[in-house]
Design a protein around this ligand. Structure first.
Ligand SMILES: [Zn+2]
Length: 179
């Protein structure tokens, strides 16, 4: 694959003032960084939170996508991404200590809990787990966790132990770590 995704540093800034109750499961509201997705009930470990929907794009440089849209792309397979613009997935923030992850089930991307999540807790994932080694992208992180990596890049940039842990715990989809 020779297509490269160029993503500019940026954080999606929220523009909504009120809580957006999306379902009995989740609510979108102001978070540490812009808007975020919060649990509207408690989740146990390994539970489906929601399907990450959007438009399939190639992410190629010549594809007509704004920087903001590029910044929010979620890897879908070897050659494509889901753009969650206008969908819930656009509000999932990164954390270096994630409580959720994306798993592929058939042709769907499903956000699942990877630890118990309390009602009211922000649902966060590790963006490196959906960023392949051929993706050119980085984000300055201020998630505030003790293990914060500071600069977030593709999956291959993670320490080897963390990569092994993510693969074993199915935090990273196969189509990302096999790239
Ligand atoms: Zn961090």
């Amino acid at each position: 694959m020779d297509s490269k995704r160029i993503k500019d540093f940026g954080i999606l800034l929220g523009h909504m003032n009120e809580n957006l109750t999306v379902s009995t499961d989740v609510v979108v509201r102001k978070a540490r960084n812009g808007m975020g997705v919060f649990a509207n009930r408690s989740f146990s470990d390994d539970e489906k939170i929601f399907e990450v929907k959007g438009t399939l794009v190639t992410g190629d440089i010549d594809e007509d996508l704004s920087d903001r849209v590029r910044d929010n792309l979620i890897r879908y397979d070897e050659d494509r991404y889901i753009s969650p613009e206008g969908e819930l997935g656009v509000y999932i923030n990164h954390s270096c200590l994630p409580n959720s992850a994306i798993r592929k089930e058939g042709n769907k991307l499903i956000l699942v809990s990877i630890s118990p999540i309390s009602s009211g807790e922000e649902i966060v994932m590790d963006y490196s787990a959906i960023t392949g080694d051929d993706d050119i992208w980085e984000l300055v992180c201020n998630c505030g966790e003790k293990n914060c990596r500071g600069i977030i890049k593709n999956f291959g940039s993670l320490p080897k132990m963390l990569r092994k842990d993510y693969i074993a715990r199915k935090i990273v989809p196969g189509y990302v770590w096999e790239l």
